[in-house]
Design a protein around this ligand. Structure first.
Ligand SMILES: Cc1ncc(COP(=O)(O)O)c(C=O)c1O
Length: 378
């Protein structure tokens, strides 16, 4: 089966500025990065997409059938009860500790809008920029902790200010693909603080001898203030359906639900959430993660042979982060040759010498690295 981690669709041409741009509304902030930039803008039709991390593969029947069946029930308003029960069972929590959302992206907006009393929100970077964008849009003054490429973007929990009352981190992180030990992420939790862990790509990770997702906190209901954000759009290729969820204490989720629009998750999306929580889905996820690891090793071996190209951090997910002086020009040359990779300069903590490259099947990787080698040699 050809497995692609991809994305795309109609998008404007690559006419973005080369340098980070100012990003209102927080005029007091230092020069900002373009937090609203996402890989789908880069993966224009006609380019082979190594910019977006959504897997494209034929939808299995156990997923397609309930989504299709839900189309016959669209006259009714959605009811999330069954999906809540199914997701809760998957993560060993009671249903009150689950809140379905229109993708992980909605979860960040709910957090930013509901937790108005937060005084010192801290976002650990480099990471997916939407959480910080949502916080800023809600008027929060966001502080950043930048992980250091010099030590492989390792998380040192002591670097997060003790006074932070909201901490937001990904695990694994996008764009670094680094998976932090659960113990280090859990060390960030404390009374009086909300700890948001974006596990959008947790299902892509695996470790020898570990049956499930190695560093996930999804089942941890003992950590104070923990909110785990999950997405179903990546592995299951459902970016257009918009489905994800939050896990956390019922009182905290109630506050977030209070600012959520009515019926935010459609009936087909709820059917998908139920199906993706089942044992068949969880088994399939582990298999996909194993195949992904082999494909990633292949990509890493090919990249290691290229001059000046350095993969930084130990990648654990569906993409790798590459440092190469002049990467920005390399990215443009790749586009001229028909390949889209994700620019790195819109991520706080990175710059124009960074690129994020999606893991693809070996044939695509070979074709890509051949073109990349030609560009680098030229
Ligand atoms: C790390 C991370 N979290 C969350 C999201 C948003 O995912 P969703 O499609 O579920 O809104 C993305 C999308 O790219 C992401 O990369």
């Amino acid at each position: 089966m050809l497995t692609q981690w991809s994305g795309g669709g109609a998008a404007p041409p690559d006419n973005l500025p080369d340098a980070p741009v100012d990003n209102p509304p927080d005029a007091s902030a230092a020069p900002e990065f373009d937090l609203a930039h996402h890989g789908d803008v880069e993966a224009v039709p006609g380019l082979i997409d190594l910019a977006v991390n959504v897997r494209q593969a034929p939808m299995p029947d156990w997923l397609a059938d309930p989504i299709t069946a839900a189309l016959g029930d669209l006259a009714r308003y959605p009811d999330s009860a069954a999906a809540r029960v199914a997701v809760a069972a998957r993560h060993g929590r009671p249903p009150e500790q689950v809140l379905l959302t229109a993708g992980a992206a909605e979860a960040f907006v709910l957090i930013a809008q509901a937790l108005r009393g937060i005084r010192r929100p801290v976002v650990v970077h480099p990471q997916f920029t939407e959480p910080e964008a949502a916080l800023r849009a809600a008027g929060h003054r966001v502080e950043r902790v930048l992980l250091d490429p010099g030590d492989g973007f390792r998380l040192d929990p002591a670097r997060v200010p003790a006074e932070a009352d909201l901490v937001l981190i990904g695990n694994p992180m996008n764009p670094t693909s680094v998976l932090h030990p659960a113990v280090d992420v859990a060390a960030l939790a404390r009374p009086g603080r909300v700890l948001v862990v974006d596990e959008a790509f947790a299902d892509t990770t695996l470790a020898p001898g570990v049956a499930g997702e190695p560093e996930s906190l999804a089942a941890r209901s003992d950590l104070p203030g923990l909110l785990v954000v999950r997405s179903l759009t990546k592995t299951w290729g459902l970016a257009g359906l918009r489905v994800g969820y939050l896990l956390g204490a019922a009182e905290l989720l109630d506050r977030l639900a209070a600012v959520q629009p009515l019926w935010p998750v459609s009936t087909p999306a709820l059917a998908a959430a139920t199906a993706c929580a089942g044992p068949e889905a969880v088994r399939a996820e582990r298999q996909i993660a194993a195949e992904l690891a082999a494909d990633r090793d292949h990509l890493l071996a090919r990249l290691a042979a290229l001059p000046g190209v350095r993969v930084v951090g130990r990648p654990a997910s569906a993409f790798v982060l590459v440092h190469r002086p002049g990467a920005h020009a390399v990215r443009r040359a790749l586009r001229e040759r028909g390949w889209a990779v994700r620019r790195g300069d819109t991520f706080p903590g990175l710059g124009p010498d960074w690129l994020r490259i999606a893991v693809r099947d070996p044939a695509t990787t070979d074709a890509f690295t051949t073109v990349l080698a030609e560009i680098l040699e030229g």
